[in-house]
Design a protein around this ligand. Sequence first.
Ligand code: COA
Length: 151
Amino acid sequence: MVIRQIYSHKKAYLDLLLLGDEQEDMIDRYLDQGELFVLETNGTAAAECVVTQVGGGIYEIKNIAVSPPYQRRGFGRALVDFLIRHYPDCTALWVGTGESPATLDFYHALGFREFRRVKDFFLQNYDHPILEGGVQLKDMVYLKREGPASS
Ligand SMILES: CC(C)(COP(=O)(O)OP(=O)(O)OC[C@H]1O[C@@H](n2cnc3c(N)ncnc32)[C@H](O)[C@@H]1OP(=O)(O)O)[C@@H](O)C(=O)NCCC(=O)NCCS
């Protein structure tokens, strides 16, 4: 398993990016400025994440996805652990997500805790209903985990 940063032709990973955020024009809002990391296993791109810098040592995961055949093998956790090592000046890692139980379970298992929510974000910013696990997403929930530079 290897994690590589991708600097150009980021749209080559659109299939994976759309797993994490199903509307392409929303991805376009952060893909250029964001840092894209791809996890490969046996030569296959199995997972990705996109991170932007908020400022003050805060980094935000804008998109994270693991290809379905590779889920529940620790690759999502490996990407988040990689980010914590990759940004030694990180005071906090943020992520905004919908209230899908599986996604929230993932972040809670990795030590993220909710600190803010934006009411009706998915209703107001997406052009169609976003369903995850049979649940329609409404609010954007922000969670954070302390980074290595937090103390
Ligand atoms: C959410 C996602 C990134 C998790 O990646 P993953 O590689 O499958 O997760 P991991 O194997 O690293 O899981 C780490 C821990 O998180 C929890 N977890 C992960 N997926 C879970 C699920 N579907 N249900 C409940 N808990 C889950 C577990 O505690 C797991 O540890 P365990 O397998 O030892 O029990 C992946 O399922 C995914 O890409 N989903 C579709 C896209 C998406 O929803 N992206 C997030 C939008 S912000």
